[in-house]
Unconditional design. Structure first.
Lengths: 377, 640
């Protein structure tokens, strides 16, 4: 089966006039700024990464409002392919918005049928579906679909079977090619550019945007600017503490901060958050290359009550085993956990049994536990 | 056929299969024949002695597997690993059947359902992974040796190559022995076994035992099959002769040999295409409506003629300018067979069982290749498409155990294309990896028979859950049949958790489903590496074994292909998801105790065995994959 890049091409001239296909009104503004970026994009239909121009579109306030890029739609027949230029548009975080065609350009199906008006609308719907089946389809499957469905023990592939709602019938290759341009490698580039183009104030707004896609964009830009002003830190703490899906990016940002900022922030998240965030905090501390002050680690003795599950306790004790053994404060605080959930109590019992500075009362407590649960130790 | 009759009449019929005893006498009994070395005038110069060479041996095993293709290999390895002393009798010098270097058919399975594979696991996957490690160059002859290694390294398994089982010796309705002729040593072996498994494709042993079988196509009415002919007939799908060519970098001439059969492609159906002709053309195929086994040599000669005729057409018709620099660098001489005998079991699988995705309580295997019924006329009927591709499956279908043993020979099982099914069902299930799953099932069933001193039918009737559980533990997959092994102590753990989680709850590892299927996530995936998985028991448990099932991406094919395809559907290397490096600890008296580490792991099913100990927790430290950022597990089991 030939790959797309091996096929012969007939290129069309670039048309300067564009026809819009979108559910949204066209963006009409004489005061927008366009900045061209030379970018390299991978596409599964191309043998090597493609160097192309990504146009960043800003409003008159220099705020990035979207991007555009010209790509090629490919239609093949008998191993001869036509390229139709298509201009794709994204918003500022790389979500596909619309496509436009040159004024006289038309899209075609196999067998040289032209797109019907409803096909153009359908194509927009296909491109707007981030989870389209095309995401996981290999190009050979699309190309095979136009020929026959010969399958046998020697070689071959089953015809690609797509639900009609997921493709424009007869134009699977067009859908496939454009979908991967609209939803592929370029998205990462767009996000990075938006972060780079945004002011600190805009990044702060990104952090609290209801659309969480803005959050990692802002943090990545802030790390690269080494920006750890208190209002940013407090915002990150608040967001991380209340949204477990933001904890990983938040900790990554904080791990790059100065030691005092890192330790204080993680402690605040630990106190204000839930199980998943707390485990992430403890693991960050455990594997941190930073020299954590003993006072700081001891101070968690006041927060033991936040540890609710076995896993939290176990990870916490793992941290103490590695970075703060024989802490009088921690050992004292842990004794309380020996009265509750048995698995937690047993884990604490074994932890304390390894400590070399227990007082008589603590040792007696261990002995009592050992006698009471000898069948489970 | 009665034993004596075989030796009177059977020689000619057996020629097709390649190696037969060179013995013929119109009046002698079989016993006389094999002892008939008295006229042997061997004078040994080294010792200066005259003597008669020893050419008759008797060996006894628990299980005898006949046929060393994918089904036979998996049957024999399953049987040996589960504790039966096993012999694998293979009539060719190499293992692999259709996938061997003698035939070079791709070892396909459920390659593509809605754009993704639903790949077979268990022994066949282990074999294909072994090949990915040992045969990066993707050589078919090296694959022969990889399979050889896979078999001979098993301590409970004896391999006999160049040996054909030619006759069953019966005791009532049981096979007592198989008479096997080893051509290279001129030796007639008598193989005694409790259980015989015929994975030979043509099924000579089973036929000689009197096992009921049929050939040809059922009529529509018998099984209400949509794609069957209106009336039954004798057609059997043909055998194919493959070839491969290479680009010599300069124009190469080609002159067809004397036996070439002229090919013009005139009037050929458009599906008879030449898309992959460099690597062979699967529709160079000849079948039979009569006795396809008797026709085998005649058809082989024809196929060699057609092969060169088609190549002559490619090289010299002027229609293939891209073939100018190509030359044949390998031509098959042994056709790859699709169909001959189908034995009759307690159940006959038919089309509607497959297309209706029937649930079988005794399911032990699955399939999903299309209903790919080849035109029985083959290349001699080119106006028809080479195959009809009646139906593409939307999900995998189940295959029952009751179709894998003979209804009238009580200790005979079978796996592969000769199992109890209709011609239309065969058009899908004949695919090698599907046959391999049947092989693992019957090999495992054979050990249950031996351990319990029972016959296969009793396994079906009274011990099917035991068989299914063992298959699942050994990493086979049975649709809609979660594992629920009561001996698995992991299921009794008070807690299970992963150190980080990208997707899937760690509790999924105890739900008995060893792959993501039917829209359900059955895995736990770490968020980055290193990662840990931990189980806690409130009451201590005695453990000596921990078993894991990791990810190999069963949605992508891993079999070797001539085109070395490497895309989303086919990979030509070790899957990056496979777990490479890990270690295991158990907590004893509050302290973690190291129980071992595995570096360069090569299998989906990973086993740790250690001296039994009392523990309250185990921790698996997951360190590295063959390229994936996160590790994905599907199961953890713990045993005393």
């Amino acid at each position: 089966m030939p790959n797309l890049y091996k096929l012969k091409f007939i290129s069309f001239f670039f048309f300067p006039f564009w026809i819009l296909f979108s559910n949204e009104p066209a963006m009409v503004s004489s005061e927008r700024i366009e900045i061209d970026h030379k970018v390299i994009v991978k596409h599964p239909g191309e043998e090597v990464p493609v160097e192309t121009i990504l146009t960043e579109i800003q409003n008159k306030d220099s705020t990035t409002i979207g991007y555009a890029m010209e790509v090629e739609s490919v239609i093949c027949l008998d191993e001869v392919c036509k390229e139709i230029p298509v201009r794709l548009f994204w918003n500022d975080i790389g979500v596909y918005q619309k496509y436009v065609l040159a004024k006289d350009a038309t899209l075609e199906k196999y067998e040289a049928d032209l797109f019907e008006p409803e096909d153009y609308k359908k194509l927009h719907t296909v491109l707007a579906n981030e989870n389209s089946p095309f995401k996981d389809v290999a190009i050979h499957q699309v190309l095979t679909a136009v020929e026959d469905d010969s399958v046998d023990a020697v070689a071959g592939a089953t015809a690609l079977e797509l639900d009609e709602k997921d493709t424009v019938p007869g134009a699977a290759l067009t859908c496939y090619t454009l979908w991967h341009w609209a939803n592929g490698d370029i998205i990462k580039t767009i996000k990075k550019k938006t972060g780079e183009s945004s002011t600190n104030q805009q990044l702060l707004e990104f952090l609290v945007n209801d659309n969480k896609s803005y959050y990692p964009i802002a943090l990545e830009a802030l790390v690269s600017r080494n920006h750890y002003a208190s209002e940013f830190i407090e915002t990150v703490i608040e967001r991380a503490a209340n949204h477990d899906d933001l904890i990983k990016a938040s900790i990554k940002y904080l791990e790059a901060a100065p030691l005092e900022v890192y330790t204080a922030s993680l402690k605040k998240i630990f106190i204000a958050s839930e199980k998943l965030q707390r485990i992430a905090v403890i693991r960050s501390l455990q594997y941190s290359k930073k020299e954590l002050p003993k006072d700081y680690l001891d101070s968690f003795s006041n927060e033991i009550g936040y540890l609710k599950s076995f896993q939290e306790v176990s990870v916490f004790l793992g941290l103490m085993e590695v970075k703060n053994p024989n802490s009088i404060q921690i050992n004292k605080a842990l004794i309380a956990l020996m009265e509750g959930d048995f698995l937690i109590a047993r884990r604490v019992y074994w932890f304390l049994g390894e400590q070399s500075n227990l007082d008589d009362g603590q040792q007696k407590k261990l002995k009592t536990f050992s006698e009471a649960h000898s069948d489970k130790l | 056929m009665k034993r004596r009759d075989f030796f009177k009449k059977g020689t000619k019929a057996a020629v097709a299969a390649g190696v037969v005893p060179i013995i013929a006498s119109s009046c002698a009994t079989a016993k006389d024949i094999v002892d008939d070395r008295k006229k042997d005038k061997w004078y040994h110069l080294g010792s200066g002695k005259k003597g008669i060479p020893e050419r008759k041996k008797t060996e006894t095993y628990d299980v005898a597997v006949i046929g060393g293709g994918a089904a036979g290999i998996c049957a024999a390895v399953a049987s040996a690993r589960n504790g039966s002393l096993t012999v694998l009798v293979q009539d060719r010098p190499v293992l692999g059947g259709n996938a061997s270097s003698e035939m070079r058919v791709h070892l396909n399975g459920v390659n593509n359902i809605n754009g993704k594979a639903e790949r077979e696991t268990g022994i066949i996957e282990e074999l294909l992974l072994h090949n990915r490690f040992e045969n990066e160059q993707e050589s078919f002859p090296v694959f022969d040796h990889v399979m050889y290694d896979f078999v001979v390294r098993e301590p409970n398994l004896t391999l006999m190559v160049n040996t054909q089982a030619v006759e069953a010796v019966m005791e009532g309705n049981k096979i007592k022995s198989a008479k096997c002729w080893q051509a290279t040593t001129e030796t007639l072996f008598t193989i005694n076994a409790s259980i015989f498994i015929d994975c030979s494709g043509d099924g000579l042993l089973g036929a000689s035992a009197g096992a009921a079988y049929r050939t040809g196509r059922e009529g529509k009415a018998e099984f209400n099959e949509t794609y069957a002919p209106d009336e039954p007939d004798g057609w059997q799908m043909g055998a194919t002769l493959l070839m491969s060519s290479k680009d010599m970098g300069r124009p190469m001439t080609y002159n067809p040999p004397s036996y070439a059969i002229k090919y013009t492609h005139e009037g050929a159906h458009p599906r008879r295409h030449f898309k992959w002709f460099k690597d062979g053309i699967w529709w160079i195929e000849v079948g039979s409506k009569g006795d396809i086994i008797a026709d085998a040599e005649k058809n082989r000669h024809k196929l060699m003629g057609y092969l060169h005729g088609v190549w002559d057409y490619i090289k010299n018709s002027g229609n293939f300018p891209e073939a100018e620099n190509l030359a044949l660098d390998w031509v098959g001489s042994l056709p790859s067979r699709r169909e001959s005998r189908r034995f009759i079991g307690d159940y006959i699988v038919s089309e509607k069982d497959m297309t209706g995705y029937k649930h079988f309580e005794d399911a032990v295997a699955f399939g999903g290749w299309s209903l790919d019924e080849h035109n029985p006329g083959g290349i001699e009927n080119i106006s028809e498409p080479p195959s009809y591709f009646h139906y593409h499956f939307k999900k995998i279908y189940e295959f029952p155990f009751r179709s894998l043993y003979s209804k009238n020979v009580s200790n005979l099982m079978f796996a592969g294309r000769n199992v109890s099914q209709t011609h239309i069902a065969l058009s899908s299930s004949r695919i090698m990896a599907t046959c391999a799953l049947m092989g693992q099932a019957v090999g495992t069933a054979a050990t249950i028979c031996n351990k319990r001193n029972i016959l296969p039918r009793e396994v079906a009737n009274n011990h099917i859950k035991e068989l299914q559980e063992q298959l699942l533990r050994d990493d086979a997959f049975i649709p809609k049949r979660p594992a629920m092994d009561p001996k698995d102590l992991a299921r009794k753990a008070s807690l299970i958790f992963g150190s980080t989680t990208l997707l899937g709850d760690a509790k999924n590892l105890l739900n008995g489903m060893s792959r993501d299927i039917d829209g359900a996530i059955n895995h736990w995936q770490s968020d980055g590496l290193n990662a840990e998985l931990q189980l806690e028991w409130e009451t201590p448990v005695q453990l000596s074994t921990v078993e894991l099932k990791c990810d190999t991406n069963v949605k992508r094919n891993i079999m070797m292909r001539k085109d070395s395809k490497n895309d989303d559907l086919y990979g030509n290397h070790v899957p990056k998801e496979l777990l490479k490096s890990l270690s295991l600890e158990a907590r004893v008296n509050g302290k973690w105790k190291d129980l071992g580490a595995i570096e360069n792991n090569r299998t989906r099913l990973i086993k740790f065995k250690f001296n039994q100990l009392k523990t309250t927790a185990v921790r698996v430290n997951l360190k590295e994959t063959y390229g994936a950022e996160n590790v994905k597990l599907f199961e953890i089991r713990c045993y005393a």
